[in-house]
Design a protein around this ligand. Structure first.
Ligand code: TEU
Length: 551
């Protein structure tokens, strides 16, 4: 059985400050903007805010390239504004989780500057190698495309970067690196934060000798740096040295995570509380992986969900999400952004908030924000999308127009268009020129309009979060899939002692019939249509209909 903790009962709201609200009119969202919108966030009924990186950074990867861990980038404000933000969050009985990015730093970080100059104290802070012929030391790829190695002109050696060339990987085998990171983590907890989301934290340990990877794998080299040999030791050390002194929430972002690994790192005896896996975010990948699109199949989602819900039932706890700043908008992937935007957005929300685990809602998801158009390559901002668009164009010897549909579908920019506050210019996000264009549908999809409409996605999310937070069965209850083979309807039960809740979701845009051995429910607790079915032993669900019952 699961022990009760605050973070199991919490709903987390993720804020990407660059795109949330711009208080000073420079076109980029900032901390003062977050402060000004805190009542909106508190009104949603969420308990925790996770804030993407706001530290000093040249912003090559929007803050995931940090040049000083103990300072706020002037784009976003300063330490005083940050302290005010923390106080204002706490004053509203919410908590603040910050982002910890310690697999790599920016090339602008002092550690790298000293390392490249061969300062003995820092020379081994990164992975430096040289080969006789000057070729890359191994065949590993950067996640953003191209080789994971870059030559540095100052040191005249190559350094490893699993992400952008401006994001050199730290050498965690060096004890001095670990000590430096532990001090940073401790320093932030001392400032009063309530936890950390830990960026690509399962990539810290690289296999001895940095051997070549399987050239056919989805991410070449990954078998040598995902879940590496020393990872558990590093995380246990971090937890013993720092994390165990605080009652914070720690959630590790772990690409390629399996459920067995999740139990190791985030089980009751593991160093972290939660871990994000990616299995359900790949259902719509095509034959060529991330930069292709395929049909997704509900039974695959059911198999993944059932595995994670069941295997973490006694030990471990799920981190539940559809969206974050790296994922396209869920309505555009697993729903219908045109004909059934409201219905599919609320159906998908119902799913993620009625599973066992801690749900994470990304800014704009609660409005049913959709993917945006990126008509030319110059409309893209994301280094990942720009690199891959160029790679695809080179490989196919074609113009952007020919790769536009896949790039537009997958770019992380979809999550980063401005939060849609109103139908004013630029969605009410800024008085200046936004760093990225607002989605043109802001005239109809925006907070102001949805707030006034009791049938909106926003109104539904408020009710949903309230239901979730006030229903222990939805938090702690056992999960049982009632129709594992149905390709259209998702139906499951949450059960705790003699309380039984049944969730019924039509995941398609056509009518679907459902027959469940639960008969006539005692009450319908929430639904996204008027007059939801009253007898589940034989009912027809309308397109994307969702209903939550007590049976
Ligand atoms: O992302 C790590 C990462 O590789 C994935 O989240 C990836 O974007 C996803 O699988 C696509 O489906 C983290 C941060 O969240 C991201 O914003 C940074 O760019 C990256 O690390 C480097 O710090």
């Amino acid at each position: 059985a699961q022990e009760r903790t605050w973070w199991k009962e919490a709903v987390v709201y993720q804020i990407y400050p660059r795109s949330f609200y711009d208080a000073d009119g420079d076109g980029i969202g900032d901390l003062q903007g977050v402060i000004e919108k805190l009542d909106y966030v508190a009104d949603l009924g969420v308990d925790v805010i996770w804030l993407n990186p706001v530290y000093d950074s040249p912003q090559r990867d929007n803050g995931y390239d940090i040049s000083d861990y103990r300072s706020i980038d002037e784009t976003f404000g300063d330490m005083d504004t940050w302290r005010r933000l923390l106080d204002e969050i706490h004053a509203r009985d919410m908590r603040l989780v910050m982002d910890l990015v310690v697999n790599h730093t920016s090339v602008d970080h002092e550690w790298f500057q000293r390392s490249r100059r061969g300062d003995p104290e820092y020379e081994d802070f990164y992975h430096w190698r040289e080969t006789e012929d000057g070729e890359p030391p191994n065949n590993w790829d950067s996640f953003f495309g191209g080789s994971a190695w870059e030559r540095d002109a100052v040191r005249d050696e190559q350094y490893l970067h699993l992400y952008d060339t401006s994001q050199p990987d730290l050498n965690w085998a060096n004890e001095a690196v670990r000590e430096a990171v532990y001090e940073i983590v401790d320093w932030w907890f001392q400032q009063g934060i309530d936890g950390f989301r830990m960026d690509v934290i399962n990539l810290l340990s690289k296999a001895e000798g940095l051997p070549d990877g399987d050239p056919d794998s989805e991410w070449v080299g990954s078998e040598h740096f995902v879940d590496g040999p020393e990872l558990l030791d590093y995380l246990v050390e971090l937890e013993e040295r720092v994390l165990s002194n605080y009652d914070g929430l720690t959630v590790g972002e772990m690409p390629q995570l399996t459920v067995e690994q999740a139990r190791t790192y985030a089980g009751a005896d593991g160093p972290l509380d939660l871990a994000f896996h990616f299995q359900h975010t790949k259902l719509d990948y095509g034959p060529d992986g991330r930069w292709s699109v395929g049909e997704w199949d509900l039974t695959e989602l059911k198999a993944i969900t059932d595995r994670w819900q069941t295997e973490l039932a006694e030990d471990g706890w799920n981190a539940l999400y559809w969206e974050n700043h790296d994922q396209p908008r869920v309505v555009s992937r697993y729903g219908d952004p045109d004909e059934y935007r409201r219905e599919s957005a609320t159906m998908l929300g119902t799913f993620v908030l009625t599973l066992r685990g801690t749900p994470f809602v990304y800014q704009g998801q609660e409005l049913g924000m959709t993917n945006a158009p990126f008509p030319t390559i110059d409309d893209l901002r994301d280094v990942d999308a720009i690199n891959h668009a160029r790679e695809l164009m080179a490989a196919r010897d074609c113009e952007y127009d020919a790769v536009r549909s896949i790039v537009e579908y997958r770019t992380r920019d979809n999550a980063r268009t401005p939060m849609q506050w109103s139908d004013d210019d630029h969605a009410g996000f800024t008085d200046g020129e936004p760093w990225i264009d607002a989605n043109p549908n802001y005239s109809t999809v925006n907070v102001e309009r949805e707030r006034a409409d009791p049938e909106s996605v926003l109104s539904y999310y408020r009710e949903l979060i309230d239901l979730r937070s006030s229903t222990p069965t939805l938090i702690y209850g056992e999960f049982l899939d009632l129709l594992p083979d149905d390709r259209q309807v998702y139906a499951y039960e949450r059960r705790r002692e003699d309380d039984r809740i049944v969730v019924v979701l039509n995941t398609s845009g056509s009518a679907a019939s459902v027959e469940l051995p639960v008969g006539v429910p005692e009450a319908c607790l929430l639904s996204n249509y008027d007059e939801p079915p009253t007898d589940l032993s034989g009912a027809t669900l309308r397109p994307y209909e969702a209903a939550v019952y007590r049976v």
